[in-house]
Design a protein around this ligand. Structure first.
Ligand SMILES: [Fe+2]
Ligand SMILES: [Fe+2]
Length: 218
């Protein structure tokens, strides 16, 4: 592990996030530009507060699918929200999904159905959203471990109001992409751009690679 000196005034509980956001200047241009954009976002304080409220004790304990993966997925959804100018509700929902989508895991493998198990656990972990957003959060969490072809069935099985279908489908796409972008933690070619669903996701590939490279050393 690299030695890291932190300023006590830095706001995250996570030393990794402090290192990422408060290191003076990254040599990596992609990392520098994107981190700067996030730091100066009007949602940055909300991001800090949400990351600091993370209930670490409920997370799946693992190097591959534990807190490090949750932090990076959260950073990626923050990027998506900034670059695609998502509304605050959608950003909030994606951020909570990033933090808790793998709580239902039983193993590090494919672990069929872990998204559905995570969705069932969310009510006692997090219940600050209104009824519709809580429902969409469950749908996004459930769908993240299923094939895209199942999206419509999943959304229908949760009795989601029809007027929320398009929003739900879009949130599922963003979230599956964010989760996929962090596959660079597993292999250098861990995320195939051809399988990404949103334009913003393809543009975040270099950032995600740099983020994972950095996380390997902290
Ligand atoms: Fe997962
Ligand atoms: Fe995941």
């Amino acid at each position: 592990m690299n030695s890291i000196i932190l300023d006590k005034s830095e706001p995250f509980k996570s030393y990794r996030l402090n290192y990422l956001f408060f290191h003076n200047k990254w040599a990596d241009k992609k990392l520098n530009t994107t981190i700067k954009k996030l730091k100066y976002s009007e949602n940055f304080i909300y991001f800090v507060e949400t990351m600091n409220s993370l209930k670490e004790e409920v997370l799946f304990k693992s190097r591959a699918h534990g807190i490090r993966h949750n932090e990076k997925t959260a950073i990626i959804v923050f990027c998506m929200a900034e670059y695609d100018q998502l509304n605050f509700n959608d950003f909030q929902l994606l951020l909570i999904a990033a933090l808790y989508h793998d709580v239902g895991r039983l193993s590090d493998g494919l672990d069929y159905g872990h998204g559905e198990r995570s969705a069932k656990m969310i009510d006692y972990i997090f219940s600050k959203f209104d009824e519709i957003d809580q429902l969409l959060l469950k749908i996004v969490m459930h769908a993240h471990s299923e094939d895209d072809e199942c999206f419509e069935n999943i959304i229908m099985n949760y009795n989601c109001p029809k007027c929320e279908f398009s929003r739900g489908l879009l949130l599922m796409k963003y979230f599956k992409d964010a989760d996929a972008l962090d596959r660079f933690r597993l292999r250098d070619d861990g995320c195939d751009p051809n399988y990404l669903r949103c334009d913003i996701s393809r543009s975040l590939i270099p950032f995600s690679k740099s983020l994972n490279q950095l996380y390997k050393n902290i």
